[in-house]
Design a protein around this ligand. Structure first.
Ligand code: ACO
Length: 322
């Protein structure tokens, strides 16, 4: 048995901040942001109730409704996030409570923008081993709370939102998947957690924000995604042309075009919502998947290649039949 997606859902905050809105905050312009990133706007939470848990719950409820399963039938809930509301409990436990998914083992995954793929991989392994038969996998981020809103090199890139899938153990679906990490490049993309001020150590109480070496991330993504594709296609009869859609982490449109060019594939195979959503890290792939699914773009039997890449460094990929 393997992972098959049977329902999708997503949530985007109603509040939209355009590039012109960004230009009111920092020295930037719509032209700079669009040409470098393809981003035109991003959704941002705009009340304290609209937090990471809330967005995850909304996306999960929609995915659950689409799947036809009841909450108590779910065996495991995985939430990929770096921006949970609490250090403990996990966002997954908060989602479990809200859904009343009383039978679900629930935990979070911290693998940055690759987190949703790590979730899919983990659930697929559970299904193959027979431990669990049903799951909700969520990618959710409130990146707006860990971004420095006076730093133009990062604040214009990110957005808030959540995407979720419900999966069940099936004979079809996941064909192959992989995940990996390279901690030797941990400093390429960082955001420190709380500092320690116990009686014996005194560190700065200042909060840290997202730091990124953009050009290193760019090079890493453009190298790693084709590598993952090659690895996953090995041992199958498929070629890159056979993949109907490449659902890649929506970091930056230029990353997508560079990968498409490297693979010699048309951009029609690389759907994108980065112009409307910005970079929502772990949430970007399931949000895109839900939008395509609800628009009827994903047809039964379609071959999909999914890949996420980000801080850690981390990367994950999956080849699956819809
Ligand atoms: N508006 C105007 N100018 C800006 C802005 C901005 N928002 N941000 C940076 N600049 C300026 C810089 O200050 C710098 O000015 P200087 O030459 O006077 O010092 C100049 O633009 C060039 O800065 P770079 O950082 O070199 O810009 P670069 O061309 O590399 O573009 C970008 C930055 C878009 C982030 C690029 O590196 C990139 O595409 N990286 C890919 C990584 C990415 O998108 N990451 C997203 C998050 S990580 C993830 O999801 C995995």
């Amino acid at each position: 048995m393997r992972l098959k997606i049977i329902g999708t859902g997503s949530y985007l905050p109603e509040k939209i901040a355009t590039n012109d809105d960004m230009a009111q905050l920092v020295e930037t312009s719509d032209e700079w942001i669009r040409t470098r990133t393809g981003i035109g706007q991003r959704h941002l939470v705009s009340s304290s109730e609209e937090n990471t848990t809330y967005m995850a719950v909304q996306a999960a409820k929609r995915a659950l409704a689409a799947s036809g399963l009841r909450a108590e039938e779910i065996d495991v809930i995985l939430v990929a996030t770096v921006s949970g509301d609490y250090v403990t409990p996990s966002t997954a436990c908060m989602v479990q409570r809200e859904l009343q998914a009383v039978n679900a083992a629930s935990f979070d995954i911290n693998a940055a923008c690759a987190g949703f793929l790590f979730g899919l991989n983990t659930v697929d392994a559970y299904f193959r081993s027979g431990i669990y038969k049903t799951a909700i996998i969520i990618g959710v981020e409130t990146l707006s709370k860990i971004v420095d809103w006076s730093d133009r090199s990062t604040c214009v890139l990110f957005g808030d939102g959540a995407g979720a899938v419900v999966a069940k153990a099936d004979e079809n679906g996941m064909l192959a998947c992989l995940q990996g990490s390279d901690g030797t490049h941990a400093d390429v993309l960082t955001c420190k957690a709380r500092t320690n001020n116990n009686p014996y150590i005194s560190t700065s109480k200042e909060l840290d924000y997202v730091y990124m070496n953009g050009q290193e991330v760019f090079k890493f993504a453009v190298r790693k995604v084709p590598e993952c594709l090659e690895l996953l296609l090995q041992g199958t009869d498929f070629s890159p042309e056979d993949v109907d859609y490449y659902l890649l982490h929506q970091a930056n449109y230029r990353i997508l075009t560079s990968i498409a060019k490297k693979l010699n594939l048309p951009m029609e195979k690389f759907p994108s919502n980065v112009d409307r959503c910005g970079n929502t890290s772990a949430a970007s792939i399931p949000i895109l998947m839900d939008e395509m699914n609800r628009q009827g773009q994903l047809k039964e039997g379609n071959l999909l290649f999914l890949s996420g890449f980000g801080g850690g460094l981390t990367w994950g990929a999956a080849l699956l039949k819809w």
